[in-house]
Design a protein around this ligand. Structure first.
Ligand code: ZN
Ligand code: FE
Length: 256
């Protein structure tokens, strides 16, 4: 399975999963249809699946047109999103399994950004890396805003994701990394791994390069929204409670 990144809208990424053996493809969160159709034509691949993480329009905006163009496509999403994802046919919950190419993916129910948000995780297998498609829940250097969920839900959701292996690639849906790290260094100033990452990301972005995917191990060391149990972060927000620390960090980031 090869994974292609298609930049769309202002800062969204659509991910196209390509099975080179059967020449079929799946897309994660198609914000728009045209760039996906163009890429499928280039590859001469057939679209068989749409994997949606949540119902926001910058994640499902291309569903309708893709279904028209590829009537055989199957549309997946979270069961709690029933009625909110155009064309949804498969209703997934925590522990559901999905198949694409020679890989079996696991579904995590990760509410917080929305009440129905899910992630798709393909564990590493026979020399291939582990892949996590986490939509707007975990970002490189940050996390999603709490539109429909509570801090405790988001902490539970993020801790599910951060329990995965360090070498998991994190495919988040937005290029927000630089802005996220600009905030991170204000609350975790003594973190040398974070400083180094911030410098690297500044250099990448100055050359117009993508910073997604990142590695989960790097997120665990540098992302303040996974580090709510660390004394340095708790000190920065004057709390000794992990969930309260998370909530205060999220509140600060909302106004940053
Ligand atoms: Zn969203
Ligand atoms: Fe989004």
């Amino acid at each position: 399975m090869e994974i292609l990144r298609i930049p769309v809208l202002t800062d969204n990424y659509i991910f196209l999963l390509h099975d080179i053996f059967s020449n079929t493809a799946a897309v994660v969160d198609p914000a728009e249809a045209e760039p996906v159709i163009k890429k499928l034509h280039e590859l001469e691949a057939e679209l068989v699946a749409i994997f949606n993480t949540h119902h926001h329009n910058d994640h499902v905006g291309g569903n309708k047109q893709l279904i028209q163009q590829y009537p055989q496509v199957t549309v997946y999403g979270g069961v709690e999103d029933k009625g909110r994802i155009p064309g949804q046919q498969v209703f997934l919950e925590e522990g559901s399994r999905i198949n694409f190419a020679n890989r079996t993916g696991e579904v995590f129910f990760i509410p917080g950004h929305t009440r129905a948000h899910i992630a798709y995780y393909f564990p590493s297998q026979s020399g291939e890396t582990g892949e996590l498609f986490c939509g707007d829940t975990l970002f490189a250097g940050g996390c999603g805003r709490l539109f429909e969920g509570t801090p405790i839900q988001m902490v539970d959701s993020l801790s599910k994701l951060s329990s995965l292996p360090d070498n998991t690639r994190v495919w988040c849906a937005h290029e927000y990394t630089l802005k996220n790290l600009q905030f991170a260094v204000t609350v975790d100033a003594d973190n040398l791994d974070l400083q180094q990452r911030y410098d690297e990301v500044k250099a990448h972005r100055s050359r117009g390069e993508a910073t997604v995917p990142s590695l989960l191990g790097v997120e665990k060391r540098t992302n303040p929204f996974l580090r709510y149990s660390q004394p340095a972060l708790q000190l920065a927000v004057n709390s000794n409670d992990p969930v309260q620390t998370f909530a205060r960090l999220r509140g600060m980031k909302d106004k940053f």
